[in-house]
Design a protein around this ligand. Structure first.
Ligand code: APR
Length: 238
């Protein structure tokens, strides 16, 4: 099935980072790290209580120094080295794909490492000690405005959608890893890929919502399953 020319799109979700110690979103109690999602992941929450939202993301930003990429992230970077045309799209806001060697992961829901100015739209990586521990950070470009997390909250537009749609329309294989299939537009990528004729593979701890559309499904932990699968996919063609 695979050659170096096979065009592949991969979508990852919180499950790929779970084995690195980052908690997934949809715990059975409906809370995210003990907060209501509405309070910490919506523009309305930010307007209501910027201090709470800021501290919540500051904690997530500091956590990046305590976690490491796991074998799932590393296997995906090896697959990218092997293939001529692979787009890695992640819903995750952590930096573990890049730290595992992935070259240009598309962070459709933003990045914890970056902050964005609400006034002038300046975006930058701001991970110095004072950035991580301040009660707020002001914009280095227009100095007084307050920076917000560079995160796509509910009711906001995901990033780089045109690029993602182009790749989905052309891919031979679509692989979804560690995502529950609850949040659109990402949850619709499987149906789009399937509709235009891609072979669709799922890897997840539990059956995701859109399970029926997969041509092939591997149930289990991404960090345990992916290294072997990717070795298998790439070995026969070397
Ligand atoms: N390996 C593979 N899958 C796993 C693992 C693992 N080790 N651990 C958990 N999973 C699976 C869970 O079974 C679940 O189906 O990963 C999925 C995680 O689902 P969610 O917590 O809903 O995360 P995700 O789908 O990425 O959420 C999408 O929702 O809150 C928003 O913007 C946020 O990007 C996030 C989006």
């Amino acid at each position: 099935m695979w050659t170096k020319e096979t065009k592949v799109v991969i979508l990852t979700g919180a499950g790929i980072s779970a084995e690195s110690g980052i908690r997934t979103f949809r715990a059975s109690d409906g809370l995210w790290e003990d907060h209501r999602i509405d309070d910490v992941a919506t523009p309305e929450g930010w307007e209501r209580n910027p201090q709470l939202v800021w501290e919540f993301y500051q904690e997530r930003r500091r956590q990046l120094f305590e976690v490491e990429p796991n074998p799932g992230h590393i296997a995906l970077s090896k697959l990218e080295d092997y293939l001529d045309d692979m787009l890695l799209v992640t819903q995750n806001v952590d930096n573990l794909h890049a730290r595992a060697g992935s070259k240009n992961p598309v962070h459709m829901h933003g990045e914890l490492e970056k902050l964005r100015c609400e006034e002038c739209d300046y975006v930058g990586v701001m991970m110095e000690e004072h950035d991580l521990n301040s009660a707020f950070v002001s914009c280095p470009e227009c100095t007084n405005a307050m920076m917000r997390p560079h995160i796509v909250w509910f009711h906001e537009m995901p990033m780089r959608m045109a690029e993602i749609e182009t790749a989905l329309n052309q891919c031979d294989v679509f692989i979804s890893i560690g995502t529950s299939g609850h949040v659109y537009p990402a949850a619709g990528f499987l149906a789009s890929a399937k509709q235009q004729g891609s072979y669709c593979i799922g890897i997840n701890l539990e059956s995701p919502l859109n399970f029926d559309l997969f041509d092939e499904f591997h149930q289990g932990k991404a960090g345990e399953i992916l290294p072997g699968l990717i070795q298998q996919w790439t070995r026969t063609k070397e």
